[in-house]
Design a protein around this ligand. Sequence first.
Ligand code: NDP
Length: 293
Amino acid sequence: MQSVAFLGLGAIGRPMARRIAGAGFPLAVWNRTGERAATFAREVRARHAATATDAVKDADVVVTCLSTSADVEEVIAGALSGFASGATLLDCTSGDPATSRRIAERVGAKQVGFVDAPVSGGVRGAEDGTLTVMCGGDARHLERVRPVIEAFGKKIVHCGPVGAGDAVKAMNQALLALTIWGTGEALVALAKSGVSAQVALEVINASSGRSNASMNLFPERVLTRAFPRTFRLALLDKDARIAAQIARDERVPAPLTQLAADLCTLSRKALGEDADHVEAVKVIEQWAGAEIR
Ligand code: NDP
């Protein structure tokens, strides 16, 4: 079996790495905050590497799942000397296409392949191994890492050359931001006009305005006021800004994508770096002086 190194044991990296260990791949793990990797390695019987360079040595597949492409670029630059020739870097960060292309070129000079492979489906999807994985890169590189992706992904789509996975993910995220914000506005306005959120969602979820936000996020997280912290608003802000940048680069007028990015930035500033993405609706509630219930 291919040996795997996993760099970045955050909210979604941990369950993904757990699935890889569970599938029987020999696994080395590294995380910037070392105790997290040490605890995790004990739990899944993986090798805890003290440095990224040590983690990647002898790995056939190196998986990264960090906050941003800039973080990946920095970590990989530091660890490049440790990569085995013929290895593949599978970057599951929701990244930006331009940085991914630069990383691919840099590692390619060392005969290391690169696939950008952002995921969708949240922490629960990672735990269940049902993530959607959108891939960019050479088909040969993708086929080499497919068995590792299958440990955590159910729907695996080759979107195009390096950066294509990042681009699709960013646009998906802009749509997520827009549906959270739009559903929030609708439910606050309805609450003020005397219709409960539960009744409103009963109708919307059997009608054409439904979305993942209205069908899952609002019932499970907003109406319950649970707001679990599984995916940081700061990361959604990063994603929506990548989407807006892609639209600008491609000279596509995209006022809604830009608005999604601006609303995420505004909410992030209001709620802080640790807030969950669904908590953005609290900003609408504050503005309106009404709660979604
Ligand atoms: P977290 O904020 O929970 O974790 C971020 C991880 O990146 C941590 O391991 C952190 O290390 C590490 N990191 C950040 N900056 C650096 C750096 N400069 N050098 C080294 N390590 C660094 O994020 P998530 O796990 O939620 O997200 C990871 C990626 O996956 C993001 O791109 C996100 O957009 C994407 N994603 C997340 C989903 C989710 O539901 N959470 C769903 C789909 C995609 P440390 O522990 O030391 O802070």
